[in-house]
Every structure is written in C-alpha cells, then in structure tokens.
Design a protein around this ligand. Structure first.
Ligand code: NAD
Ligand code: GLY
Length: 368
C-alpha cells in the first residue's frame, strides 16, 4: 500500500517552455499520486549523489517502480566543486550505458547542484528529454528547482555553461529538510529571505517574525516559506522565462556572491552564504546610490546574521572582486550591472560607478 502525503499545496508555473505544478507537502516522495500522470518513460533514471542516495534514493525508487517505471539510479560525487563537465559526462555515460532513449525521464533527487546538472543533462541528452525536480535542500525547494535554469560551472565563472529547460514537475517534500545540516539550512534561508526585499515587503516582515520557527524547522512555517517563495518565483519566471528583464531581480546579491564563490574557490563558501553576504553588499550599494534608506542595510544584515549566515565578505583584494564580477552574466560589454533595491519590495537592474562599488566592497571586507 502506498504512503499518503498530507496537506499538499500546489503552485502552478506557466512559461512558454512549459506549464507544470510545484507540489509542496509532507510524505510526497513515497506517495504514488506524486508520480502519477507523468508520461510513461522507457527508462527512469534517478540522478542523485552519495549523500542523498542513502537517505531518500530507495524510497523514491520504490515509489517510481510502484507507479510502473523501470528505474535506474546514478550517484554523483557530492559538492559544488563537482558541478562540471566531468560529472556531467557521468550522467551521459549512465544513460547510454542503460540504453535510455528519447523517452527516458530523469529525476533530479538532491540539492541545487544535482538539480542544475541533471536539468542540463536532460536539456542536452538526445537534444532534450523530460525531467522532474525533487529538491531536498531548502535552497533548492525555494529557488533552484523552479524556473528551468540549468547549468554547470566553468573555472572562469559560475553557471556559465547551461540551458533553459523546464522540468515536468517539482516535488518539494518538506520531510526531507529534517536531515539537512544546519549550515545548509541557513544557506537556504538566504535565498528565502531574498524574495522579501525584491518582491514582497510583507514576506520579509513575516520571516523576521517567524525566524525562530523556521530555524526550529516548524512544519507550518516551512510550508508557508516554501510556498510563498515558489509563488513569487513562479510569478517572475512566468513573466520573463529567459531573463530578458524582470527575472534578473532574482539575482539580488548574486553579482557580489558569485565573485565570493569563484574568488575563494567553489565550495569554500556555500552558494547561499555567498548570496546572503552579497545581498548586504547590494543593499549597501542601493543605499549608496540613494535608492533606499540607509537603515535597509542593517535590517537585512541583522536578519541574515540571526539566520546564522556570514554578513562580512572575505578579504579578497578589491580588484579581484571587480575582475570576477565582470564575468557575471548580467554584464554588458564589460560593464557590470547590479540588482539594486528601489523601494520596499521592489528591485531593478543598473550599472554603478566603479568608485562607489569599490567603496561598498571595502566597507564589507574586501582588502586593498
Ligand atoms: P547542494 O546541492 O550542494 O546541497 C547542499 C548539501 O546538502 C550537499 O552536500 C547535498 O548532498 C546535501 N543534501 C541535499 N539534500 C539533503 C538532505 N535532505 N539531507 C542531508 N543532506 C542533503 O547545494 P544547494 O544549496 O542545494 O544548491 C546550490 C546550487 O544551486 C548552486 O550550484 C547554485 O548555483 C544553484 N542554484 C541554481 C538556481 C537555479 O535557478 N537553477 C538558483 C539558485 C541556486
Ligand atoms: N535563481 C535565479 C533565477 O532562477 O533566475
């Protein structure tokens, strides 16, 4: 008999590249209904990693088999440092080795690293096959599993090689968050907090009031945080799937954050940690440009600090930060463009004078 999922919420994503539901609830991965209604595949490959496989691999595999799928499983090495060509190739080797054809289905079981790589593999394999996202980190549930951005890193820049490829379904089983280490959970809170300043001032206030409940992983608080984050993201990507404008606001803090990640070497700081610190820098830049009041910065820094995140950048040379930020995908003709706050729950994208950017970087830990 199959397990029953409780209090399942649905958020619909509607983009030109695909319409699909995000399912949010408890007990979802083991529930037969979760896997019903997917096109019958000839080969269903769960792509996961060595950390997540022993925790949830067999449960997902059993539920898929019960739904009639022929299932194989691939365990990738764990970590941002493996989000590269070599690991991507392991996915293609596995699919070809298992005789998977164009009707194969990939199931990305893990955090954003597994999700981004599996999505990219699905975009490329035999010119594109279906995939389902089963995010098991908070960061992946509130952000990376939704919206169809898939990629691997290049030594010269984060997520530089990739494709837009929408999943057929996103399955956010809140129960999987119970095993997430506290540092990873905090990193996910950074991307959750992000939605407040850029899109929903009321949500920012809600997080401030409910941070203790979130840190205690209270079920109702988590369900609300994941649902509201997914609603905001679905709304933004529904308006601008390919980031020709609006979608860039989802990268608040990322220009600074990607420089921290690449400058220290991928994996040294977690993506969410780098983004959180980058949001403080970006808020300060917004204040320095006269777009928001100065007290926006300590408010955000306080919340991120209470969530257990670093709010001071590493002491990389300021020139190195600037050099790395020029590789950002929002840069145009070498000019760096920043996501800045333009008011409560409002953001935009613009360039900023180099001298102000350097002053902001120095204020937040850059050396030189
Ligand atoms: P991650 O995928 O590295 O996962 C973090 C760690 O937690 C890993 O060691 C993983 O094995 C482990 N883990 C995962 N689920 C677990 C669980 N339930 N219990 C115990 N351990 C578990 O990191 P992440 O923070 O999930 O994702 C970061 C990545 O997401 C970055 O590469 C970033 O670029 C990408 N990202 C993509 C988008 C997008 O729109 N595609 C958006 C934001 C971030
Ligand atoms: N995480 C940024 C985006 O999906 O556009």
């Amino acid at each position: 008999m199959s397990a029953i999922a409780t209090d399942v919420q649905r958020v619909q994503v509607a983009t030109p590249g695909g319409h699909y539901p995000i399912l949010i609830g408890n007990g979802l991965i083991e529930c037969a209904e979760t896997w019903a209604g997917l096109t019958r595949s000839t080969c269903t490959a769960i792509v996961t990693n060595r950390t997540v496989a022993p925790l949830y691999g067999e449960r997902v595999s059993a539920a898929l088999r019960a739904a009639g799928h022929r299932v194989t499983m691939l365990e990738l090495p764990d970590g941002e440092a493996h989000k590269d060509w070599t690991t991507l190739q392991l996915i293609f080797d596995h699919l070809l080795g298992q005789g998977c054809d164009r009707k194969a289905l990939l199931v990305a079981l893990g955090g954003g690293v597994v999700g981004d790589m599996t999505g990219f593999a699905a975009a490329c394999y035999m010119r594109g096959i279906d995939f389902v996202q089963v995010p098991t980190t908070l960061l992946a549930q509130v952000d990376s599993s939704v919206g169809g951005k898939t990629a691997i890193n290049h030594p010269l820049g984060k997520n530089m090689i990739g494709a837009f490829h929408q999943p057929r379904r996103v399955v956010c089983d809140l129960d999987t968050l119970a095993t997430l280490p506290p540092r990873e959970f905090a990193a996910g809170l950074a991307e959750t907090i992000k939605y407040g300043p850029i899109a929903d001032e009321a949500f920012l206030g809600w997080i401030e009031r409910n941070l203790s409940a979130l840190l205690a992983r209270d079920g109702a608080a988590l369900a609300h945080a994941v649902r509201r984050s997914c609603e905001i993201k679905a709304d933004v990507v529904g308006q601008d799937e390919r980031e020709s404008g609006l979608r860039a606001i989802l990268n608040f803090g990322h220009t600074f954050g990607h420089a921290i990640e690449a400058g220290l070497g991928y994996g040294e700081w977690l993506h969410g940690e780098a983004v959180g610190c980058g949001m403080v820098m970006a808020a300060d830049l917004s204040a320095a440009l006269g777009l928001v009041p100065a007290d926006t910065v300590p408010r955000l820094a306080r919340l991120l600090g209470q969530a257990g995140l670093p709010v001071r950048g590493p002491a990389l040379p300021v020139d190195r930060y600037v050099e790395l930020m020029r590789v950002d995908k929002k840069a145009e003709a070498g000019e760096i463009r920043f996501v800045v706050l333009e008011g409560p729950g409002r953001a935009g994208v613009r360039p900023a004078p180099d001298a102000i950017v350097r002053k902001v970087l120095r204020r937040h830990g850059a050396a030189g």
